[in-house]
Design a protein around this ligand. Structure first.
Ligand SMILES: Cc1cc2nc3c(=O)[nH]c(=O)nc-3n(C[C@H](O)[C@H](O)[C@H](O)COP(=O)(O)O)c2cc1C
Length: 134
């Protein structure tokens, strides 16, 4: 299985409702495509971890890359994994930015979180907080 983490710049016109709709459709598609992961949105940027069968992750990333709701997508970690970190989550997302940290620590407490992935995601959350989002 492949696990990829990327960051991107959200379209400035995007509303919280738009993001909620995006997450809902991503969850439906991911359930169909055997993909799991987590999405963090801080009002300006996205960070997403996407994991699953290699070809399905690649196909989904290609669709995401072409999506006009964000741009400047940069992969920051890509690795082959034997187990999913977000098994059971077609796309973990909290509607309020401040809840992301709690979700991630609950997950870390279950011992599934790779330390480097955890650091990347919690650092991203901290950046957003300093920027005043959420
Ligand atoms: C930040 C972001 C994250 C996304 N995450 C997913 C995802 O995890 N799974 C997914 O199927 N689509 C995701 N999408 C939506 C895809 O870009 C695309 O709209 C969707 O897969 C439907 O593609 P289609 O219209 O070509 O079928 C995401 C879009 C954005 C902007």
């Amino acid at each position: 299985m492949l696990s990829v983490i990327y960051i991107s710049v959200a379209d400035p016109g995007l509303t919280v409702a738009d993001v909620a709709a995006l997450v809902e459709s991503a969850q439906r598609c991911n359930a169909r495509d055997e993909l799991t992961g987590a999405l963090i949105y801080n009002g300006q940027n996205f960070m997403q971890l996407l994991e699953g069968p290699v070809a399905k992750v690649e196909a989904c990333l290609a669709r995401i890359r072409a999506d006009r709701r964000h741009n400047g997508m940069i992969e920051i970690r890509r690795r082959l994994v034997s187990e999913r970190e977000f098994a059971g989550f077609s796309m973990l997302y909290s509607p309020l930015f401040r809840h992301h940290g709690e979700d991630l620590s609950r997950l870390a407490a279950r011992g599934r979180f790779d330390p480097q992935d955890e650091r990347l995601m919690t650092n991203f959350l901290a950046l957003g907080r300093h920027g005043g989002a959420g």
